[in-house]
Write a protein that binds this ligand. Sequence first.
Ligand code: TYM
Length: 334
Amino acid sequence: METIFSGIQPSGIPTIGNYIGAMKQFVDLQNQYDCYFCIVDEHAITVPQDPIKLRQQIRGLAALYLAVGLDPKKATIFIQSEVSAHAEAAWIIQCNTTIGELERMTQFKDKSQKNGRTGVSAGLLTYPPLMVGDIILYNANLVPVGDDQKQHLELTRDFVERFNKRYGQKNQELLVMPEVKIAEQGGRVMSLQDPTSKMSKSDTNAKGFISMLDEPNVIRKKIKSAVTDSTGIIEYDPENKPGISNLLSIFSAVTGRPVAELVSAYEGKGYGDFKSDLAEAVVDLLEPIQIRYNELLASDELDEILDEGADKARLVANKTLQRMKNAIGLGRKS
Ligand code: TYM
């Protein structure tokens, strides 16, 4: 059976973009793959975090993983910082990656341009090698992510090729080469207020995103006030009509109805009707998830699942880490 690894940062409450681009894929794939789904808390501290909030968000994200339908019998669910191999592997990977490669990452360029090089942590630059480590430690064949992670996956593939060439023995694969998997519909969910930029959980304008824990009336209001255009015609044309096209792709991802079917179902109808049906579809999706989330947060079950997940993850990760150390010549023992 092939292996999947993916992770989400507990840097805020996940949005419907995280759900459509990542979590929904996780649930669909857990039956066919050996899966590892991680709460990547070490990634979250590349920017300042409030310690109390961070702890809450870590547990909250774990509860959401389960509430959307991940089954701990099928998938290993764990917290990154509870498996020390991640930080160790990241160091080895950094030493085999150039600063030039890291400075080319668009996420680093965007954030460091906004805050200046002295205003961002060194971790923001060296964050992609930590992500490379996450993936290779579990020998992942496939990594389901949203479109914004494509460049990091390319870096991972470049690293694997280089490391295997440099340190691998003939005919023996040292690290597994991963493939990226991007959702067909909703790989890049856009902001409701600015449909030319990505929906993000750290957006300062809360109207731009739907949080997975937003109350039904908040969801309805946010969708009602989503930016569209003045033509009033419901059609899929991301270039010229980014607002309505984004709403169509959210509608499609949430209900499983193809965009073309939605376009013909709403022919001749106005944006108002469309938006209120979309809002109900999103509420129908999120309400049961929120109920289950609250039950899980209050249960001991959640911590038991995370303890077990970390134990299972450690076994696999430590083996790969030792293989890397042996190949490089670190330490004394194999
Ligand atoms: P993060 O926490 O920013 O996002 C988690 C996942 O959600 C996807 N996503 C989106 N998909 C569609 N539309 C959007 N608007 C949207 N916003 C976010 C992201 O692409 C991602 O799949 N570096 C990663 C976390 C990570 C990881 C890993 C992922 C760390 N190690 C190893 C895969 C494998 C990140 O910051 O994701």
